[in-house]
Design a protein around this ligand. Sequence first.
Ligand SMILES: Nc1nc2c(ncn2[C@@H]2O[C@H](COP(=O)(O)OP(=O)(O)OP(=O)(O)O)[C@@H](O)[C@H]2O)c(=O)[nH]1
Ligand SMILES: [Mg+2]
Length: 120
Amino acid sequence: MYTLLSGLYKYMFQKDEYCILILGLDNAGKTTFLEQSKTRFNKNYKGMSLSKITTTVGLNIGTVDVGKARLMFWDLGGQEELQSLWDKYYAECHGVIYVIDSTDEDRLAESKQAFEGGDE
Ligand SMILES: Nc1nc2c(ncn2[C@@H]2O[C@H](COP(=O)(O)OP(=O)(O)OP(=O)(O)O)[C@@H](O)[C@H]2O)c(=O)[nH]1
Ligand SMILES: [Mg+2]
């Protein structure tokens, strides 16, 4: 009976959780995108000042609720030496957002190379 009730409770109230990776070169705007998404979708979230965002070393996690889904965003650092860590997360995630700074034309080729898996 407990299993039945807890199953019903989960069905009614628990959100489906999805993990989304946010990748892209350093300075592409990944953390800014995440902060903007949290500000837009989380009613009570007072966004941090965008000018206070510094380069991400390691992992920055943000949660956004959209309808019945809870999206867990994993915003990884994009610096070259951190890019080798990206593939450690692929198995755990449901989707990937790849951020490109379209105004930074000098780095478009570098971004393409990182997207395709770097030098490997
Ligand atoms: N004008 C403008 N500036 C932006 C935009 N998105 C990001 N920036 C600026 O670009 C810089 C880098 O943004 P971040 O969000 O830290 O970039 P990131 O991809 O998280 O970088 P790493 O953490 O180093 O991988 C910051 O100075 C932001 O304010 C945008 O859409 N427009
Ligand atoms: Mg960042």
